[in-house]
Design a protein around this ligand. Structure first.
Ligand code: DAL
Ligand code: ZN
Length: 264
């Protein structure tokens, strides 16, 4: 029976006198064809991309530079990482150019010159700012009043040590992960520059008008936290002067990105 079935399976074949050697030609041709196709069209298997578009093993232009390679000429900031590197422009005279983020920081000894009460500008609230901010802060306050809008100051200059307290208090309340995205670690806060204000009042009015008086929102919703390194803060404005504020606004970048692109 088995013999019969074997016979049937080969019923329509005729025996080739070359034996197994008859397969050599087609195999060689097949391999040659494959080599040609791979040479012409072959690509490595596609790598997988993460949600931000970075491909495994290949970093995008936006995310690739490390702080050191950026210092060597790259114009985009590195991804927001946690570190403690001295920020390059850290003289009080560099107040409009100093980059502060989750990596770059001011020394503990940095205390801005010329601190005066914010109330010198005729605005309600507490704290101090550098005197160089006062004229434009006064003009902003006057403009708000003319538009029937109330604004005030909740927090302005914070020393390194005040920032230690703010950060530790937030960690106690909400944990380290939340704190790192919400409160700058000591040395990393723009409040230490003496040119930064957390406003109260009509934040929508401020978003529209503050840049005209030299104040930019450091952590705008559409760039935060990915590029600004912190969660969005509609109340936190840093004074950079009217001309620079206009350029930052026009760029549609966060201040951090703009400074990386334009001041290094
Ligand atoms: N909330 C901002 C990031 C600061 O602490 O300076
Ligand atoms: Zn703030």
């Amino acid at each position: 029976m088995r013999r019969q079935m074997a016979h049937r399976a080969g019923a329509h074949t005729t025996r080739d006198p070359r034996g197994p050697r008859r397969f050599i030609g087609p195999i060689v041709l097949g391999i040659a064809g494959l080599v040609i196709v791979v040479a012409l069209f072959g690509k490595p298997a596609p790598a997988t991309a993460d949600p931000s578009g970075n491909v495994a093993g290949v970093t995008s232009a936006r995310s690739s530079p490390s702080p050191s390679s950026a210092a060597a000429g790259a114009r985009v900031p590195p991804p927001c990482a946690f570190g403690d590197e001295p920020t390059p422009a850290r003289d009080p005279g560099d107040w409009a150019s100093t980059i502060l983020d989750t990596t770059l920081m001011l020394p503990e000894s940095y205390v801005p010159t010329g601190l005066v009460p914010v109330t010198d500008a005729g605005i309600e609230g507490r704290g101090k700012v550098r005197e160089l901010v006062i004229d434009d802060l006064r003009a902003l306050t006057t403009s708000a009043a003319a538009d029937g809008v109330t604004i005030g100051v909740d927090s302005a200059y914070r020393s390194y040590h005040q920032q230690v307290l703010s950060y530790e208090s937030y960690v106690k309340g909400y944990g380290e992960d939340a704190a790192r995205r919400t409160v700058a670690r000591p040395g990393h806060s723009e409040h230490q520059l003496g040119t930064t204000i957390d406003f109260t009042g009509d934040l929508a009015w401020l978003a529209a008008h503050a840049p005209g008086f030299g104040f930019v929102m450091s952590y705008p919703a559409d760039r935060s936290p990915e590029f600004s390194c912190y969660r969005d803060e509609a109340w936190h404005f840093r004074y950079v002067g009217r001309e620079r504020a206009a350029l930052v606004t026009q760029s549609r970048l966060s201040l951090r990105e703009w400074l990386w692109a334009n001041t290094r």
